[in-house]
Every structure is written in structure tokens, then in C-alpha cells.
Design a protein around this ligand. Structure first.
Ligand SMILES: [Zn+2]
Length: 212
């Protein structure tokens, strides 16, 4: 019990230091989420929770200054069937493993990946690293992707975003737009003849109050 209290204190101290206001998938702040989960946990479980949630959630919305000119934030989907879970590691392997196992790219396709549960994972060590999202646009774009985008048949384009993914994507684009108002937020399908990300990005942005 003493150990857990210590951990809680450490977490709050750290959260306070970074003035972290990150909102997690269910609309709770990271602090609320952690404190709720601490109730019935053993010390090891508590550590696991901290490791799992703290790093991505704290980093994701603290955008650093880009080291290159950025014109577009491009929204993608993984083009995988609805409700099928995939991790950032898997997606990285699809893109960077040598053919035929993967695409054999030198760099992954996106900077950020939103999992089914709304967790936003950073795909690259440097958040402004050039990623392979849309040929011809990568040098001046940042790419974010949600897991899904196809119906269960694995072929039909479908907006399969879970409520948690919609929430995280909304938080992400709102923060991004506030910080970089001149960067245009677009869907992959606005830059190339693709169905990706399987929803009308401009219409959705307006619906959440972003007018670019
Ligand atoms: Zn795409």
C-alpha cells in the first residue's frame, strides 16, 4: 500500500511538471484514468499501467516545432477490417520488413497511429521524421492513421472509427490546428485516387468545429 501511494505521488508530480492536459480515449485526463485504475491493482500491475499509458499519452499532444516546412496533416486508415486490432509494431513491420513479407520501405507510413481503444502511438522516434504516407507529398506532410477503414469483408471502404478513435483523432486535430493553423488537414483521398481514410475529412472537421 505504501508503495502504491508512493507511485501515485510520483505520477502526479510528473504530470504536474509537464502540465499535462492530455485527454484519453474516454474523455478522461491521464490522471483521472490512472487514479481510477489504481484502486484494485498490485504493485506490478500499477507499474504496467504506468508504462503502458504514460509515455504515448504524454508525448502525443506536445507538438514540438517542425524542423521542415509542413503543408499538410494527412489522415489515413490502415485499410484493415473493422474491429480487428493491430499494433504500431505490426504496422511498422508491414511497411519496413523486406518484401515479400513487408513493403520494404526505409520508413514507416505514418508518424502517429490511433489504435481501436483510442490510444495514440508515436510511430517514429522523431515526430517530424518524413514518413511514407503519400508519394510526392511526404517531404511537406505529417501523416496520422487510425486502425481500420474496411468493412468486415476486408474490401469495402467503411468509416470504422470506434468512438474512442474518433475522440482521440478529434483531440489530435484540434490541438494540431490550434498550434499550426496554416497547415491544412486533409484525407489521403484528397491527395491521391484512394478511398483512404474512408470518410469525408473536410465534412468531419467542420462537424467538430474546425474551419480551415
Ligand atoms: Zn492512406
Amino acid at each position: 500500500m505504501k508503495k502504491i501511494l508512493k507511485l501515485i505521488k510520483a505520477i502526479f508530480a510528473r504530470a504536474e511538471r509537464s502540465q499535462n492536459q492530455t485527454v484519453h480515449a474516454d474523455g478522461k485526463t491521464w490522471e483521472q484514468m490512472i487514479s481510477e485504475r489504481l484502486d484494485k491493482q498490485t504493485d506490478n500491475e500499477v507499474k504496467e499501467i504506468i508504462d503502458k499509458y504514460e509515455p504515448q499519452q504524454m508525448k502525443t499532444l506536445e507538438f514540438t516545432q517542425p524542423n521542415r516546412p509542413i503543408d499538410n496533416l494527412v489522415i489515413h486508415c490502415t485499410a484493415t477490417p473493422e474491429n480487428r486490432h493491430h499494433t504500431a509494431d505490426e504496422v511498422r513491420r508491414w511497411h519496413t520488413d523486406p518484401a515479400p513479407r513487408g513493403n520494404g520501405w526505409r520508413q514507416v507510413g505514418y508518424s502517429d497511429l490511433i489504435l481501436l481503444d483510442g490510444t495514440c502511438e508515436r510511430m517514429t522516434a522523431d515526430e517530424w521524421a518524413v514518413t511514407n504516407g503519400v508519394a510526392g507529398h511526404n517531404a511537406r506532410s505529417r501523416h496520422i492513421c487510425y486502425v481500420g477503414g474496411l468493412a468486415t469483408d476486408g474490401r469495402t471502404a467503411k468509416d470504422t472509427r470506434t468512438p474512442q478513435q474518433v475522440h482521440t483523432l478529434a483531440v489530435f486535430v484540434k490541438e494540431f490546428h490550434a498550434r499550426f493553423p496554416n497547415v491544412r488537414i486533409v484525407g489521403h483521398n484528397e491527395l491521391a485516387g484512394k478511398a483512404c481514410p474512408s470518410f469525408d475529412v473536410q465534412k468531419w472537421l467542420k462537424s467538430i468545429g474546425i474551419n480551415q
